[in-house]
Design a protein around this ligand. Structure first.
Ligand code: ATP
Length: 354
């Protein structure tokens, strides 16, 4: 069992708090991404799990063992870094074999395992080369190979694709998904790239300023973001926020925005008159008809769709329209919001209401 558990983990570097009050359970065999902007504490979280940093307080467990005082080499983990950290003077085969050699594994067994990993990662024809004779993607695969050869319980990956170009990144994403499926181990993956997190993970832990904001499957993070930070961080272009206030009775509440009332069904009877922010994803705005009117400010064809920015009394809205939409800058356009897909947040706490 390689469930990973953080209990009330805090990490401070002097006065700077990198991680605060982290409670997180990563299920055995899951692929979990730690996602957030630069400085949110995701790398520190991973490094604490690896044993490269020590928590200021709290406990970290792998399986049923608390590992706070366990040396990195004894944690049954393998880490893949952004920089690959391959040994330049060693061949690919020697690089992959190195962790086994360090642990005193006999030559015959080493060779067998390296051959097996090379097959898995399609590196067989490259075993004699030096790292500098490889492409970025191949180097990344060698770095993965070096982790894989030890067959650890938990793989820790720190932005492993960030040095690759866009096309190769997409390819490696697919390879990582397949690799995870095949080896069936726990993967903890640090990234600031929401696309990587959304496409590969069973669950995403979204962090901000050292604090976990939401921990849920990708679809739930997208469909029901826990707060305005998560809502704005996940999704491209990002969610729009319109400010307004709630009117009417609980149960028959409406969102009043720019003189127009939008009925919203508020479960749990959130109080009326409360200052709220209405979240609307760009794909949930339809242009051409509806109770609102705005002025077209920007028309940006991307090929398969058109990003249209509309200025309205409720605020500026980024919308996604069809590839063949015929709109001119300055044109007045009516629009509607997909009532079933609106998100409502408390303006003060930024927490999700609906
Ligand atoms: P990035 O994506 O830029 O790597 P991150 O989300 O991984 O960011 P961390 O590297 O975990 O963030 O850093 C979290 C906070 O802790 C940052 O404010 C950072 O400056 C601080 N920090 C990290 N390591 C140290 C250190 N060794 N000494 C002092 N402060 C540190």
């Amino acid at each position: 069992m390689a469930q990973v558990r953080f209990d009330k983990v805090r990490k401070a570097f002097g006065a700077a708090v990198a991680v605060e009050g982290l409670d997180l359970v990563i299920e055995d065999g899951a692929f979990v991404s730690l996602l957030g902007p630069s400085g949110c504490g995701k790398t520190t979280t991973l490094r604490m799990l690896a044993g490269l940093e020590f928590p200021t307080s709290g406990t970290i467990a792998i399986g049923d063992r608390i590992v706070n005082d366990v040396a990195p080499g004894k944690r049954d983990i393998a880490m893949v870094f952004q920089s690959y950290a391959l040994y330049p003077h060693m061949s690919v085969g020697e690089n992959i074999a190195y962790p086994l050699k360090k642990h005193g594994v006999a030559k015959a067994e080493r060779e067998e395992k390296v051959a097996q990993v090379a097959r898995t990662l399609q590196l067989e024809h490259l075993l004699a080369r030096k790292p500098r004779q490889l492409s970025g993607g191949q180097q990344q695969r060698v770095a993965l190979g070096r982790a894989l050869v030890r067959d650890p319980q938990v793989f820790l990956l720190d932005e492993p694709l960030s040095n690759l170009d866009a096309k190769l990144r997409a390819h490696m994403r697919a390879e990582l998904i397949e690799l995870h499926r095949r080896v069936g181990r726990t993967f903890v993956y640090v990234t600031h790239d929401q696309l990587e997190a959304m496409t590969m993970s069973d669950k995403i832990a979204v962090m901000r300023d050292g604090v976990l904001q939401q921990y849920a499957p990708p679809k739930e993070v997208y469909d029901r973001p826990a707060n305005m930070f998560v809502a704005g961080f996940i999704g491209t272009p990002p969610m729009n926020f319109l400010s307004g206030e709630m009117t009417g009775e609980p149960g028959r509440a409406a969102f009043r925005c720019a003189g127009t009332d939008l009925p919203v069904s508020l479960a749990g009877g959130a109080s009326p008159e409360r200052k709220v922010a209405l979240g609307v994803r760009p794909e949930d705005v339809s242009l051409g008809s509806g109770p609102f009117t705005g002025t077209v400010r920007l028309v940006e064809p991307t090929g398969h769709e058109t990003i249209v920015v509309v200025e309205s009394p409720a605020g500026s809205l980024v919308t996604r329209a069809g590839a063949d939409v015929a709109l001119a800058i300055g044109e007045r356009v009516p629009f509607d919001l997909e009532a079933e897909r609106l998100h409502l947040f408390c303006a003060a706490s930024e927490a999700r209401l609906l």
